[in-house]
Design a protein around this ligand. Structure first.
Ligand code: ADP
Ligand code: MG
Ligand code: ZN
Length: 638
């Protein structure tokens, strides 16, 4: 039975059960008749046969009968005279119809029949019907059991996620990459040349292991790809499969993690068995951190299952020999949380960093992702786009190219032009434009001067990167954006450059103050950037009068770039000094920004007017309005 028919059968069983139960209820329904208290009924029996009009039936559960009307009225009168008024309601038999029923639950069978006989009252006994008894058993036992069973099966399948694994818990779910899938090769992965080179070696090992062992060398067992998300690790592994022309088993670390203890470990065993059987081959474990986390790191227990899985993985890695032709590749973006045992020689002893691409890498990736069937317009310059997208991962770039194509299609353009790419870039960075946002003229003016202030800083501070684009079209949470164009990739920033960035960040607010004499909330993000840079200049980079020291011990995540916690390892007095140093840097930059704006007030006004009129200005527009950008003297380090 395959997965679909099985779940269909279960559903039908459940539905059938419900229907049967409903029918049973229907058959057993009784018309509403007056329900007599059992003790009262015993009283009535004593009155003798006159009271009953001949209809009295006993079945298993109930006594049903009818009183004679005259006698009934007599009884009513009697009861009315003896029972206190507040209880009359419950003791009075019905007024108009003499029909009643009483439960036999509390009446002893023999007792009631004997009593009826004594009082010479006629009655009939209804034999239990075979039919209804059958239904009764079915309804009360089998049907609920079926429903329960169905639910159990259904739930247990739910718990295991999708797929038919009811009978194959311990099997690894490694998928064999078949030829029918679109083959990914090294050509599709751009800009990660070092990683490719290292993997090239792996492929050679697989093809001719003897060549490398000839001189006594040991072939590495495991290769670990590590790097931020979206840099192409999964893709690289798939490309290895495409290049190596050996079977490629891929599984995700989270596939090992299951509800049931021991399942993960047996999956690992199974995975390696499959690998050994099919050697030479590649086993790829994506997102290794899901299983490979530091043992004993779980707080409050409950991680035994994962530890077992990890232990099994270590055991298996120990147990196989790469010369058999099985090579393990794994990928992770959290190498910091991996159990150190995984990284020891003999395990993942090759570690390849797949980092965010640099300018050339980004250009190459863009090239890959704008190939046919993309139709690029003449004006598209991928080099400039690569420069304007520092910090973008391969996945971001792919996303951007795709957005651009969609935008071009929406505008019914024949080709994807630079405008589309620009818009797509901003979308990926900040979300789509919000042209529908209602902005008052006053607000627009403030935004225009704010952005013009930023742009002016980029233009007149020679150490900073030049302008790229300046716009007052709201986007995401921002009312306007001024972007700069880094001319080259930087791995090292000079103090002057950092100051230039702080000045740039403050420029917006300063312009608002000079023109409107008022402060608005729009500069929060600018201040955050300025403050954080200034603080790091003081505490990490030794760029203040505090001297060349670092302050505060940091727990940083290697690739996420996030600081988890800073431990204060200095005195309160130093803390005060640090705050003062940060403050000094920001104030100094603020003054600088003020000076630049005051001496270029005309430029500021021209720029703001142009923004109000055209909404978006690019480098050339700004240069035209403000004149050529001042140049740095040659050989200045910025
Ligand atoms: P990771 O596994 O590192 O998180 P992926 O391999 O899943 O990243 O990459 C996600 C997508 O991003 C890929 O499908 C691909 O389209 C694109 N991509 C990432 N890096 C590159 C690259 N170096 N060259 C080409 N495309 C890339
Ligand atoms: Mg991945
Ligand atoms: Zn701003």
């Amino acid at each position: 039975m395959n997965k679909n028919t099985r779940s269909m059968v279960i559903w039908w069983l459940i539905i059938a059960g419900i229907v049967v139960f409903g029918i049973y209820q229907l058959f057993n329904r009784r018309d509403p008749v007056y329900q007599l208290a059992t003790s009262d009924f015993h009283q009535y029996i004593k009155q003798g046969p006159d009271l009953f009009d001949g209809y009295l039936v006993l079945d298993e559960e109930w006594v049903e009968g009818r009183f004679r009307a005259e006698s009934l009225n007599q009884i009513r009168a009697e009861i009315l005279s003896t029972v206190p008024p507040q209880e009359q309601e419950t003791h009075l038999p019905p007024k108009w119809e003499g029909e009643f029923r009483a439960s036999r639950d509390t009446i002893d069978d023999y007792d009631i029949q004997a009593k009826l006989d004594v009082s010479e009252i006629d009655y009939t006994v209804k034999p239990p019907s075979k039919f209804s008894q059958g239904w009764l058993i079915l309804g009360t036992t089998i049907v609920p059991l079926l429903i329960f069973l169905g639910l159990m099966i259904f739930l247990s399948r739910q718990m295991q996620g999708s797929g038919n694994r009811a009978l194959s818990f311990g099997k690894s779910r490694a998928r064999l990459h078949s030829e029918t899938q679109k083959k990914i090769t090294f050509e599709d992965v751009a800009g990660v040349d070092e990683a490719k080179e290292a993997l090239e070696e792996v492929i050679e090992f697989l093809k001719a292991p003897k060549k490398f062992e000839r001189l006594g060398g040991r072939i590495p067992k495991g290769v670990l790809l590590m790097g931020p998300p979206g840099t192409g690790k999964t893709m690289l592994a798939q490309a290895v499969a495409g290049e190596a022309e050996v079977p490629f088993y891929s599984i995700s670390g989270s596939d090992f993690v299951e509800m049931f203890v021991g399942v993960g470990a047996s999956r690992v065993r199974d995975l390696f068995e499959t690998g050994k059987k099919n050697a030479p081959c590649i086993i790829f474990i994506d997102e290794l951190d899901a299983v490979g986390r530091h043992r004993g790191a779980g707080i409050g227990g409950g991680h035994d299952e994962r530890e077992q899985t990890l232990n099994q993985l270590l055991v298996e890695m120990q147990g196989f020999d790469a010369s058999e032709g099985v090579i393990l590749i794994a990928a992770t973006n959290r190498p910091d949380v991996l159990d150190p045992a995984l990284l020891r020689p003999g395990r993942f002893d090759r570690q390849i960093v797949v980092d965010l691409p640099d300018v050339r890498g980004r250009e190459a990736i863009l090239n890959v992702h704008t190939k046919e069937p993309f139709k690029l317009a003449e004006d598209v310059n991928l080099g400039i786009l690569a420069k304007a997208t520092p910090g973008f991962s391969g996945a971001d770039l792919e996303n951007m190219a795709n957005e651009a194509a969609l935008l071009a299609a929406r505008c019914d353009k024949e080709h994807i032009d630079m405008l589309c790419f620009d818009e797509a870039k901003d979308r990926v960075l900040m979300g789509p434009e919000r042209r529908s946002l209602v902005i008052s003229d006053e607000e627009r003016r403030v935004t225009a001067y704010h952005e013009a202030g930023h742009a002016l800083m980029l233009h007149f501070v020679p150490e900073s990167d030049p302008n790229y684009k300046c716009t007052i079209v709201p986007r995401g949470r921002a009312l306007g954006v001024t972007a700069k164009l880094p001319l080259e990739e930087r791995h090292n920033m000079s103090r002057k450059r950092l100051l230039a960035h702080i000045i740039f960040a403050l420029g917006g607010r300063v312009a608002e103050e000079i023109i409107f004499g008022e402060q608005t909330t729009g500069a929060q993000n600018d201040f955050e950037q300025a403050t954080s840079l200034a603080r790091r200049m003081v505490t990490q980079w030794g760029m203040s009068h505090m001297g060349p020291l670092t302050f505060g011990r940091r727990d940083e995540q290697v690739f996420l770039g996030k600081e988890l916690a800073v431990h204060q390892d200095y005195s309160e007095k130093t803390a005060i000094e640090i705050d003062k140093a940060v403050h000094d840097i920001v104030t100094e930059c603020y003054k600088k920004a003020y000076d630049i704006l005051e001496t270029n007030l005309d430029g500021l006004k021209l720029l703001a007017d142009a923004l109000l009129e055209r909404e978006t200005l690019v480098t050339e527009d700004i240069d035209e309005i403000l004149g050529p950008r001042p140049q740095l003297p040659a050989q200045t380090i910025v």
